[in-house]
Design a protein around this ligand. Structure first.
Ligand code: ADP
Ligand code: MG
Length: 345
């Protein structure tokens, strides 16, 4: 009898000490999409978290393989080959829906987000893990591609059968797939029982739940200087995506050529240092951040309105900051900013 009481007591103690610990920060890093994916959760179930991260790793490796624009034999590479040959290809439901969303965002952004310009991106040397040195492509080469005007409106879908009327269309999801995938990751974590998490790929992130009693708070990197330009509380289900010209670029004779290309001119964006978008749809936010970088300091409010966005921050190459009123009301600057322009509602 005595030992039964002791065992019961001990069991109770173990349970109580487990409860005492409460939720804690759990963190793991994966290497996917060529960047580090940082997964953080506030949970009292570390084992479940570890298992969920292992599942996510598999999902992300598969997406990386299938949606890569120029490497391997994934679905997108095969689709691009078929379209170049004037043939249609049956794709998976997932890629089909991804491409249909991309098509809609391209149309909404007046094709400033144009994932059909894979050939142009390749010509600029951004279809390699390490962008090349050396001179930029020649104007005639750029113009030769531009005159075919590849666009998502050339692409049509019959179910998941994808075809194009323009053999110069080559799809590149580099401006869109990351946001879409971050959204999926948050959904998958939720499905596995991890309710309070941040999934962060180099500053692009989606969030679920809260960090205990308070919302998750994140920093937006300064595109021109050091550290964080502003912090913002992110609500359950929201994503924060930034396109910047500081991450990937090539350089020749002191001139930097960023990896975001203006599909109208064929040349890299020059006057926007970064565009940040907050939305519950990661793919939309990612596509939009790219489109608004291309739109530039004058035209971005029109494109943001067309894409249905209310929360945007743009930083131009001089450090001037442009905000929507909704963005202004929720961010806190962490550094001196000389000039801030807020659009009217
Ligand atoms: P980041 O990778 O810094 O988040 P983006 O989301 O803007 O930046 O993605 C840039 C990538 O998108 C480029 O490397 C290229 O593959 C592709 N891209 C470049 N310009 C465009 C554009 N105007 N529309 C669609 N995709 C683009
Ligand atoms: Mg983008």
């Amino acid at each position: 009898m005595y030992w039964i009481v002791r065992v019961l007591l001990l069991g109770l103690l173990v349970i109580l000490s487990g409860c005492d610990k409460g939720p804690q920060d759990q963190r793991q890093t994966l290497l996917v999409f060529g960047t580090l994916l940082d997964i953080q959760a506030y949970t009292d179930q570390p084992e479940l978290f570890n298992e969920a991260v292992r599942e996510l790793d598999k999902t992300f490796q598969k997406m990386h393989r299938e949606w890569h624009a120029w490497q391997g034999e994934g679905e997108l590479v095969r689709l691009n080959r078929a379209l170049a040959d004037g043939e249609a290809l049956q794709v998976s439901a997932e890629l089909g829906s991804l491409l249909q969303q991309a098509r809609q965002y391209a149309i909404d952004s007046e094709h400033l987000f144009n994932p059909a310009i894979g050939q142009l991106i390749g010509l600029w040397g951004f279809h390699s893990d390490q962008p090349p040195g050396g001179p930029p492509p020649r104007k005639v080469e750029i113009e030769a591609l531009l005159k075919h005007n590849p666009s998502m409106e050339d692409v049509s879908f019959q179910g998941h059968l994808v075809s194009s009327t323009n053999s110069m269309v080559a799809m590149d999801l580099g401006a869109f797939a990351k946001g879409y995938a971050l959204n999926l990751a948050i959904d998958e974590l939720k499905r596995m029982g991890i309710e309070n998490a941040i999934v962060n790929a180099g500053g692009d992130l989606c969030v679920s739940g809260q960090h205990g009693e308070r919302p998750w708070v994140i920093g937006i990197r300064h595109p021109l200087g050091e550290g964080v330009i502003a912090s913002v509380g992110v609500a359950d289900g929201e994503c924060v995506l930034t396109s910047g010209n500081y991450e990937r670029y090539r350089e020749f004779e002191g001139v930097r050529y960023a990896h975001i290309i203006d599909p109208r001119s064929g040349y890299p964006v020059a006057h926007v240092a970064s565009a940040t978008v907050i939305s519950t749809q990661g793919g939309l936010a990612d596509a939009a951040a790219t489109a608004l970088s291309v739109a530039g300091p004058v035209d971005w409010p029109r494109i943001a309105a067309k894409m249905g966005l209310t929360q945007v921050m743009l930083v131009d190459d001089q450090g001037k900051v442009y905000l929507t009123p909704q963005m202004q009301s929720r961010i806190s600057f962490q550094q001196q900013v000389d000039e801030v322009v807020v659009t009217v509602d």
